[in-house]
Each structure stands twice: as C-alpha cells, then as structure tokens.
Design a protein around this ligand. Structure first.
Ligand code: HEC
Length: 165
C-alpha cells in the first residue's frame, strides 16, 4: 500500500519536473540564441539524475515492495495468519492425499471435497472433531488422531479459512 503510494509520488514528481523544465526552456528571452554551455550542462545533470532515479531507484523500489513475502497468501486473496500458514503446510502433508481443497491445490478423492462440504462453510470445530475422532460413516475411512494439539488446531483454522474459496 505504502509502496504503491511512493511509486505514484515519484512518478508525479518526475512528470512535474519535466513539465516545469519544458515550460522554463520555452521562456527563452530573445528566442533563438544558442543555448549557453552552462544551461546545457544543467540539462545534462538533470537528465543524469532522472536516469539515476529510473535506473536504480525504481528497480530498488520494486525489489523492496516485492520483498513482502507472498508465502502467507491463501486462495482467493485470503491472508493467512501464522497459525493458518502452519496449518496449510500440515494440510499438504497430512490431508491432501484424501481431500480436495482449492487453497492447497489438493485433489484427493478418498474423503469429501472440503471446498463443497457443508456448502464451503466448514467450521473449525467440525475439522477438529474429524481429526480427533476420525470418520467412518460409510463413505470410506479417515483415521483418528492424524494430528494433535496445536497442529490439529492450526489445520482446522486453515481449512475453516480457505474452504469454499
Ligand atoms: C486416509 C484418507 C484421509 C486422510 C489422510 C484425511 N481424511 Fe478427512 N476424511 C476422509 C474420509 C474417507 C472422510 C469421510 C468419512 C465418512 O464420512 O464416512 C473424511 C472426512 C473428513 C471431514 C468431514 C467430517 C464430517 O463430519 O463431515 C473433514 C472436515 C476432514 N475429513 C478433514 C480432514 C483433515 C483436516 C485431514 C488432515 C489432518 C484429513 N481429513 C485427513 C479421509 C481422509
């Protein structure tokens, strides 16, 4: 957000200075006299500064704004907190073989599709319960106790956050 603002401001500044310079050079007294060497040197200097800004400043700025990690970005623009990011990693290892979940690009078909289960609204408590007790309601088997404690909670938070997205 701030990066974008800085970007726009820099471009505004460059644009303004170019316009101002153009206006000033258009106001030559007398008109067609040859430009003084001093003026030409000033122009060269200005051009150098602009090139520096464009050549170093902008790439540096892009690097800085891009250094914001996208590792915590979930599907559909969902921003994951630390626990949910951890849960995503755990889901990939422990759940994705059996379940479909778009946020993890998981396409398992042993268990129900977690994007469409309950209309894409999968509460954390249901996931926790499924992990703790397992499931064997006649549509295949999910072993109990795949994860425990915080791991189970983090996966549940993650699934609840991204399911249906
Ligand atoms: C070995 C395959 C397998 C693995 C691994 C697995 N599941 Fe399941 N899961 C299933 C099956 C099969 C069902 C449905 C069983 C039934 O309803 O009879 C299920 C059901 C569910 C349900 C729905 C429960 C309900 O009551 O509707 C949730 C939520 C769920 N799993 C989450 C997870 C999570 C989170 C993980 C990873 C920690 C995981 N599963 C790992 C096979 C698996």
């Amino acid at each position: 957000m701030i990066g974008t603002l800085v970007f726009v401001l820099i471009f505004l500044a460059i644009g303004l200075s170019v316009v101002l310079a153009a206006m000033r050079s258009g106001r030559k007294p007398g008109g067609n006299g040859p430009e003084s060497p001093g003026k030409r040197r000033a122009w060269g200097l200005g051009l150098g500064v602009v090139m520096l800004v464009l050549g170093i400043g902008l790439p540096a700025l892009v690097l800085i704004t891009n250094s914001h990690s996208h590792a915590s970005d979930g599907a559909g623009g969902a921003h994951l907190n630390a626990a949910e990011t951890h849960g995503r990693a755990l889901f990939a290892r422990n759940c994705s073989t059996c379940h479909t979940l778009g946020g993890s690009a998981a396409v398992g078909r042993v268990g129900p599709n977690l994007d469409t289960l309950n209309g894409g609204n999968v509460p954390q408590a249901l996931v926790l319960n499924a992990i703790a007790k397992g499931r064997a309601q006649g549509n295949g088997q999910m072993p109990a106790g795949l994860l425990y404690g915080d791991d189970a909670k983090d996966v549940a938070a993650y699934v609840a956050r991204v399911s249906g997205r």
